[in-house]
Design a protein around this ligand. Structure first.
Ligand SMILES: [Zn+2]
Length: 533
């Protein structure tokens, strides 16, 4: 007798193959059988008229900040996500020696204000990670390693520091982390040379682990930055995941085809490189990252002191006028920059820099500096930085997979505040609703592959990502006629429509559209046979 049968659904199995009408039986946490007349089950869920797909794998997330306070992973599991890869863009919350806890808390205040930072090794962090509704795979963050070893000093690592960074990385990999992530667009990662990253790539190779990168520049320097990431794969022989592939900055809009060609050429010569993308023309980041990187040298306190100086502000204004906003290039206007989190003035969340500047009679740059000073650097923004044509070019590229670059939030409790990027709640539903059903930009089966089989292959996940007998029973059942994002830029804390049932390791987490409260997620580790529970 099976535990559960999903009856009569259209199975989109995650390989890209056409949908087939099949029953799916689940027993002991695994997919037990596929076919017709599969026998008895303790429970039968009618899936007729619905799509049955593998649970979505969110290959690029920052949910490590929020899962401890939102173990139900509400905004993710309600999109059909059953696995999250955390620790991206160079940011991880471990390892942290006792004397660096405060520095990491301040550094990540604009990213994970909900997190209770504490001293920990990577092994203890993984061991003590709480039960959650989704599976979690960890990465070690290069910015975090550099911050705890060398602070915000704008210089190459000394040999003894590189040794300590290497030791921390190796401890993380031994504890099960699947690889290293970098965030070379922002300090202190931006202070690292390509050589430093290749040295760490050699460490990854020895551990058969992977490299994921938020590349050095996503605007005018995006092609060179992609080349640098590919170089780590080519030189070190490791798998490279380029996070949230995009063309940022109005001056670079239209270059997505060249970007895609560059990666395609590397893949054609055998480099193991994959890319993920979130389906929006807006980004979200700490506000300070829109200013030139030198403003952050020496750390947050040094930055706040600098921002009080009118000569510094004049230099910032000149650089922004000449080159745009840091690694993001030129933004359409200050009206395109909206406050997401602003701890000193929570009532301003949702307002734009342009609005505040007009109200206050200050320039855009001065308004940015004033907000940053008031918040001591902890402000986060959502901003328009991409062109829809480029987003669609990348989305339609068959080998690019979908990742939210989001955080598992809930519209209640500690993560409910602010005006976060709607992708935290909507990424997967938006691809299926807007791009598959409404715009017909890609077939349903191709979109599901980008959320499941494609991501599993990029990650080396060995028993998830397909609807196949014997694999872990991570399954998502949705209505292809209604699935869609419901959050907006001014009302983002909204669960998507059309997700009826989500099953994680054989346990029903979303049941009739409601969260059952179950926490069946497992930690996925780097093992000899691949990434697995
Ligand atoms: Zn990133």
């Amino acid at each position: 007798m099976h535990d559960l049968i999903l009856r009569g659904g259209d199975v989109v199995d995650g390989t890209g193959a056409p949908a087939r009408r099949l029953d799916v039986a689940v027993a002991k946490g695994r997919i037990a059988a596929l076919g017709h007349d599969l026998g008895e089950a303790a429970r039968v869920i009618d899936a007729s008229g619905l799509v049955v797909a593998p649970g979505f794998i969110d290959i690029h997330t920052h949910s490590d900040y929020a899962l401890p306070s939102n173990p139900r992973a509400e905004s993710k599991v309600r999109q059909g996500v059953t696995t999250e890869v955390v620790g991206n863009c160079g940011y991880s919350v471990a390892p942290v020696p006792a004397d660096r806890v405060g520095a990491l808390r301040v550094y990540l205040a604009a990213s994970g204000p909900w997190y209770d930072f504490r001293e920990t090794s990577f092994a203890r962090y993984v061991d003590e990670f709480p039960p959650t509704s989704v599976n979690v795979a960890f990465q070690v963050g290069h910015n975090t390693l550099r911050l705890v070893v060398a602070g915000m000093e704008p210089r190459p690592l000394r040999p003894d520091e590189l040794k300590r960074v290497t030791r921390h990385l190796e401890e993380g990999l031994d504890a099960g982390a699947i690889g290293l992530s970098s965030g070379l667009f922002t300090p202190p990662g931006s202070f690292a040379s390509a050589e430093e990253m290749r040295a760490l790539g050699d460490v990854l190779r020895r551990h058969d682990a992977a490299y994921a990168s938020h590349i050095r520049n996503e605007a005018g320097g995006v092609l060179e930055a992609v080349d640098e990431a590919i170089g780590v794969g080519e030189r070190c022989g490791v798998h490279v995941q380029i996070g949230h592939l995009k063309v940022s900055g109005t001056e670079s809009w239209g270059t997505a085809p060249r970007l895609v060609e560059l990666v395609e050429a590397a893949r054609a010569r055998g480099v193991r490189v994959d890319c993920d993308q979130y389906p929006y023309t807006t980004a979200t980041n700490p506000l300070r990252n829109l200013l030139p990187a030198w403003i952050q040298e020496g750390g947050i306190e040094a930055m706040v002191a600098r921002l009080g100086n009118t000569a510094v502000r004049a230099r910032v204004a000149d650089e922004v006028a000449a080159r745009g906003c840091g690694a993001f290039g030129r933004l359409p206007s200050w009206d395109a920059v909206r406050l997401a989190l602003t701890p000193a003035h929570p009532e301003l969340a949702g307002r734009t820099i342009g609005e505040l500047a007009a109200e206050r009679g200050t320039s855009g740059v001065d308004t940015v500096c004033d907000v940053l000073v008031a918040d001591r650097g902890a402000t986060r923004v959502v901003f328009e930085s991409m062109a829809e044509d480029d987003v669609q070019t990348i989305l339609k590229t068959p080998w690019v997979v979908v990742g939210s670059d989001g955080v598992a939030l809930a519209p209640y409790g500690p993560t409910a505040g602010g005006n976060p990027h709607p992708r935290y709640y909507g990424t997967f539903a938006r691809v299926l609703g807007r791009y598959v059903r409404e715009l017909k930009a890609l077939p349903l089966e191709a979109a599901v592959w980008k959320m499941t089989g494609g991501s599993a292959a990029a990650l080396g996940l060995v028993d998830r990502g397909l609807v196949r007998e014997g694999l872990a029973a991570d399954l998502t059942v949705f209505d292809p006629t209604t699935v869609g994002e419901r959050g907006t830029y001014t009302d983002p804390h909204r669960y998507p429509a059309g997700m009826g049932t989500v099953i994680v390791n054989g346990t029903v987490v979303i049941d009739g559209g409601e969260h059952s409260g179950a926490l069946p997620g497992r930690v996925l580790r780097h093992t000899a046979r691949g990434v697995a529970a």
